[in-house]
Ligand binder design. Structure first.
Ligand code: PBG
Length: 334
């Protein structure tokens, strides 16, 4: 009746729990995804992601400044072109004055090397059919023709100031193609954050609104099937062999086993992307009073880090970084 071993002893107070915590979130772990849109005068709310907006260039700069001052580890920029500028090959993606490249340039001018500036290297925001690549005569996504577009986009993003490129289209050979092109241009310091294991997910739903996606159909011929785990390890190994500097798993919460598996084999930093649907689910449940918002956010991020991701892309990056920055010993005394 009287246990000798009492694990509860280490849970008796906030200070004791802090002392023995195995996983501690830090502001620098968190990367903020941001959307910059062409042709808007005011930031435009994204209704399925309350609290997230499509930025104007000015509001982008202000929000980036706030994030960097909160201590986030980096910024990941997505471009939302004017719908009239979308076409079959996503020309606005590599145009030097395309919205994403303009946004990158503005942020690099403002922030220099004080943060890590990342770019989404993918065509889906820029194509009129909404796919991540160009299509062949039969309407299928053409892998190798798409690589040429990614190379051109990468060079444009690197010269616009991105420190890290984020190829997210799951084309075979994309990391090798981009690495070779960067090196040929002497852009050897520009790194690649590879979306190595990216699954076709229903949880991307709100992102489609966030970028005004034109997609009909789905991405199941290039993104991974949620049934598969070993395939993810193969994708990661390929990206490492092709020269990825960081590998990412996406989405995060429904794929924590994959994050753990990848952390075990990767000898580079591992990132995970807490995607739009994960943000929206927690936000919606909290709005209804069904869960404690702040506690759920912290728990979700802690779980992703505990699973093995040292870098977490999250729409809450600024808010959580600010909150973490305010945690003090005095705050625990009670
Ligand atoms: C593709 C891309 C997507 C996301 C990031 N990059 C959409 C997709 O693959 O369908 C989703 C991010 C999110 O849902 O938060 N460029």
């Amino acid at each position: 009746m009287t246990p000798v071993i009492r694990p509860r002893r280490l849970r008796t107070s906030p200070a004791m729990r802090r002392l023995v915590a195995e996983t501690i979130l830090a502001p620098a772990d968190l990367v903020l995804p941001m959307f910059v849109a062409d042709g808007i005068d005011e930031p435009r709310p994204i209704s399925s992601m309350p609290g997230v907006v499509q930025h104007t260039p000015d509001s982008l700069r202000a929000a980036a400044d706030e994030a960097v001052r909160a201590g986030v580890g980096g910024l990941m920029l997505f471009g939302v072109p004017d719908p009239a500028d979308k076409d079959a090959t996503g020309s606005a993606a590599d145009a030097p004055d395309g919205i994403l490249n303009r946004g990158l340039r503005a942020l690099r001018d403002d922030l220099g090397d004080s943060t890590v500036l990342m770019a989404d290297t993918c065509l889906d925001e820029f194509t009129d059919h909404g796919h991540c690549g160009v299509l062949d005569d039969e309407g299928r996504v053409d892998n190798d023709a798409t690589l040429e577009r990614y190379v051109s986009m990468s060079l444009a993003q690197a010269s616009a100031g991105a420190h890290l490129l984020g190829p997210s289209g799951m084309m075979d050979g994309q990391v090798a193609a981009i690495r070779a092109a960067l090196d040929a241009e002497n852009l050897t310091d520009t790194g690649i954050l590879a979306y190595a294991a990216k699954y076709a997910s229903a949880f991307y739903g709100p992102f489609r609104e966030a970028v005004g996606s034109s997609l009909r159909g789905d991405r199941r011929t290039y993104q991974q099937d949620s049934a598969n785990r070993i395939e993810a390890l193969r994708e990661v190994r390929l990206d490492l062999d092709e020269g990825a500097d960081i590998v990412m798993v996406k989405p995060a919460m429904s794929y924590l086993d994959i994050v753990r598996d990848v952390a075990e084999i990767a000898d580079v930093p591992v990132a995970a992307y807490q995607i739009s649907g994960e943000y929206s689910m927690i936000t919606a449940a909290a709005e209804r009073g069904w869960i404690d918002r702040d506690a759920a956010i912290t728990e979700s991020l802690t779980a992703i880090k505990r699973a093995g991701a040292g870098i977490i892309v999250t729409y809450w990056a600024t808010e959580v970084a600010q909150r973490l920055g305010c945690v003090s010993g005095a705050g625990l005394a009670r």
